[in-house]
Design a protein around this ligand. Structure first.
Ligand SMILES: Nc1ncnc2c1ncn2[C@@H]1O[C@H](COP(=O)(O)OP(=O)(O)O)[C@@H](O)[C@H]1O
Ligand SMILES: [Mg+2]
Length: 274
């Protein structure tokens, strides 16, 4: 486990005065994977309120990153920037692509946001809009529903499913087109504790199969250390903590090592005094 101080980029002053930045080698065990995306000095202001005050972040392809921070600190804003739903006020955001998945990005929210007038299978096909249609889309949708354990519910209406099942449909819709990056904005926040644990295991299993880059916003520190390769804490618009979680998977809830890492993060979230 390595605790990294935040600013891991070298700022190079170019001759015309413009700042460019080059990634500096990380000191930790993170493998030298290609970068999925980079935030370079990214800020985002709303009126005179600056929410993100200079985010520098390089995320290797395939990494599972968790983002934690107090309510209103800018976590959803960060995901909206990453998925192209919003633009930075200043700084650069570079989203790379790979040959297999392109630079496709998907986002999943706390509410499943299914279309009530479409059956479950059609809801998953929405994730293939512009990518596949007809029989091909139906087959892909069914395949993905099978991955999330709902192949036998394809012809049901969303309204007859439980909250956990609806989120599984939303996950299938997000992943059916095999995105390069999956942004998750507190996707398990509304689920009961047991369903939440099941969903965590499902998410981890599918991530291990598909190897997309996952960016999970959560307020559950235990969930973050259980699922993520790396946890960042956002505080006052900046990354206040950048912590690797180099533990083998699957991880056991309540293990001493997870508890220790959780403690480190909570200490940061609750203030230096403790
Ligand atoms: N479109 C917007 N217009 C004005 N203020 C916004 C907008 N989006 C977010 N904010 C403000 O930015 C801050 C961070 O919001 P958000 O990213 O949703 O926080 P979090 O997801 O961490 O709870 C909040 O104070 C919020 O009110
Ligand atoms: Mg939010």
């Amino acid at each position: 486990m390595t605790v990294l101080a935040f600013d891991k980029t070298i700022k190079i002053q170019s001759s015309d005065g413009a700042q460019t930045q080059a990634p500096q080698a990380r000191t930790s065990q993170v493998p030298a994977a290609p970068i999925a995306f980079s935030f370079r000095g990214v800020t985002r202001s709303f009126g005179d309120k600056t929410v993100l005050k200079g985010i520098d972040l390089d995320v290797p392809a395939g990494q599972f990153l968790a983002v934690i921070g107090k309510s209103g600190c800018g976590k959803s804003t960060l995901l909206r920037l990453l998925t192209g739903l919003d633009q930075p006020s200043s700084g650069d955001l570079i989203v790379n692509s790979d040959g297999e998945h392109g630079n496709r990005t998907r986002i999943m929210f706390q509410e499943p946001r299914l279309l009530p007038w479409n059956r479950v299978g059609r809801n998953v096909e929405v994730g293939l809009t512009g990518i596949a249609k007809g029989e091909e889309a139906r087959a892909k949708s069914l395949g993905m529903l099978e991955e999330v354990g709902l192949a036998d519910r394809a012809n049901e209406w969303p309204s007859v499913l439980s909250g956990g099942q609806r989120q599984r449909v939303a996950l299938a819709r997000a992943l059916v087109a095999h995105p390069f990056i999956l942004a998750l904005d507190e996707p398990l926040g509304a689920l009961d504790a047991l369903t939440r644990l099941e969903m965590q295991a499902l998410l981890e299993r599918i991530w291990q199969q598909q190897r997309f880059t996952a960016v999970l916003v959560t307020h559950d520190v235990s969930e973050a250390v259980t699922l993520a390769d790396r946890v960042i804490v956002i505080e006052e618009g900046r990354i206040a903590l950048d912590l690797d979680i180099p533990l083998p998977r699957p991880r056991r809830h309540g293990s001493a090592e997870l508890a220790r890492l959780e403690g480190l993060i909570l200490e940061r979230l609750l203030g230096k005094g403790g």
